[in-house]
Design a protein around this ligand. Structure first.
Ligand code: PHE
Length: 344
C-alpha cells in the first residue's frame, strides 16, 4: 500500500471513529491516537524521508490537509458533545419547583419571656426606658444602699445565695435603681427586667424567677403619679375592668409603701383556692423612694421625689395563662411549652 492509500484509509478510519464518539473523553482519545505526537499520522509522516522530493511534497500537502480536516471535524464533534453533556447535566440537576417545601416548625417564646416582653412594652409606651444590671451583685447595691440594714431578714442565709467572692445573686431587681441613680441625674424613668434568685422552692416559688422594677424620679412626683402609672399598666395586662386596690405595706427602700392587689382573675372576686378565699390577688410592691435611698446616691430628697415598684413576672404569667404550678415553667417539657404557641 502506498502512502497516499495509507493516508486515505487513515482518513476513513478516523472519520468513522469521530462519528461514533459518545463523549468528550472518547473524542480526546481519538485525537491523541491519530493526531498526537506519537499518533498514527505522525508515524506515517516519518516515512516521508524515503520518498523522492516531488512525492514528498505531494504527500506532505495531502497529510497537512488531512490533519486540518480531521482537526476541524474533531472540533465540530467536540461542540456537539459539549452541548450534549450540558443537556445531560441540566437534566440530572432538574429541580421540581412545584414540590412543596420542607415544613419548618416555628418556635414560640416561653410564656415567662412573652409576659416579660409584653410588660416591658407597656412601660416603654409610657416613656420608661429599659435598663439592665448584673445578676451577680454587690451587697452594697442589693442591700445597703437600698436602706436594707445588716440585720434585715432578707439578708438571712435562708433567702440569699451568697457567693464565695463576697457577692450575692441579686434577690431583686431593685439594685438597678441604685446603679441607675448613681450614673444618671433626675429626671429618671426606667424599668429593669431580669432574673433574680432566692432560696425558695414550692408550687408558687422558684429559686430563680423574673422581676421587673420601675423607677421614676423628678420634681413633684407624688403617690398619685404612682397610682396612675400602675393603673394603666394593670388595665393593659388584665383588662379595663380589673378591680385594683392599694394596701399599706413596708419596704425598707420606699416610704410610704404599698402592695397592690387585683380582683382574683380565677373566681372573679368570690373567693377560691387561688386567692385563698379573699377574692384578691397580691400582684406587686411599690412606694415612694425612701429619702435614705436618695441620700445614698447623692440626690437631694428635698428637691426630688420619686416612686418605685417591683413585680414578679412568673406570677403574672401564671395568672394570665392559668398555670397553677410555677415549676411547669422551668421543667422545659415541650408538651407544656407548645401550648403557648401563637401567644405573642
Ligand atoms: N424589691 C421588692 C421585692 O423584691 C419589690 C419592690 C420594688 C417594692 C420597688 C417596692 C419598690 O419584693
Amino acid at each position: 500500500m502506498d502512502l497516499k492509500q495509507e493516508l486515505e484509509s487513515l482518513k476513513d478510519e478516523v472519520i468513522a471513529q469521530i462519528n461514533n464518539a459518545q463523549d468528550l473523553e472518547g473524542l480526546n482519545k481519538i485525537r491523541v491516537e491519530f493526531l498526537g505526537k506519537k499518533g498514527k499520522l505522525k508515524s506515517i509522516l516519518k516515512t516521508l524521508g524515503k520518498l523522492s522530493p516531488e512525492e514528498r511534497k505531494e504527500i506532505g500537502q495531502i497529510a497537512n490537509k488531512l490533519k486540518d480536516t480531521l482537526e476541524q471535524l474533531i472540533k465540530e464533534k467536540e461542540t456537539v458533545l459539549k452541548e450534549k453533556a450540558l443537556e445531560q447535566q441540566l437534566k440530572n440537576e432538574q429541580l421540581d419547583i412545584t414540590l412543596p417545601s420542607k415544613w419548618i416548625k416555628a418556635g414560640s417564646s416561653h410564656p415567662v419571656i412573652s409576659t416579660l416582653i409584653e410588660i416591658t412594652e407597656i412601660f416603654k409606651s409610657m416613656g420608661f426606658s429599659v435598663k439592665e444590671g448584673p445578676e451577680i451583685e454587690d451587697e452594697k447595691y442589693n442591700f445597703d444602699m437600698l436602706n436594707i440594714p445588716k440585720d434585715h431578714p432578707a439578708r438571712d442565709m435562708q433567702d440569699t445565695f451568697f457567693l464565695n467572692n463576697g457577692k450575692v445573686l441579686r434577690t431583686h431587681t431593685s439594685p438597678v435603681q441604685i446603679r441607675t441613680m448613681l450614673k444618671q441625674k433626675p429626671p429618671i424613668s426606667i424599668v429593669a427586667p431580669g432574673r433574680v434568685y432566692r432560696k425558695d422552692a414550692d408550687p408558687t416559688h422558684s429559686p430563680m424567677f423574673h422581676q421587673i422594677e420601675g423607677l421614676l424620679v423628678d420634681k413633684n412626683v407624688t403617690f398619685k403619679d404612682l397610682k396612675g402609672v400602675l393603673q394603666i399598666f394593670l388595665e393593659s395586662v388584665f383588662g379595663k375592668d380589673i378591680p385594683i386596690r392599694f394596701r399599706p405595706s413596708y419596704f425598707p427602700f420606699t416610704e410610704p409603701s404599698a402592695e397592690v392587689d387585683i380582683g382574683c382573675t380565677v373566681c372573679g372576686g368570690e373567693g377560691c383556692r387561688v386567692c385563698k378565699g379573699t377574692g384578691w390577688l397580691e400582684i406587686l410592691g411599690c412606694g415612694m423612694v425612701d429619702p435614705n435611698v436618695f441620700k445614698a446616691v447623692n440626690i437631694d430628697p428635698d428637691i426630688y421625689s420619686g416612686f418605685a415598684f417591683g413585680l414578679g413576672i412568673e406570677r403574672i404569667a401564671m395568672l394570665k395563662y392559668r398555670i397553677t404550678d410555677i415549676r411547669l415553667l422551668f421543667t422545659n417539657d415541650i408538651r407544656f411549652n407548645k401550648q403557648f404557641k401563637g401567644i405573642r
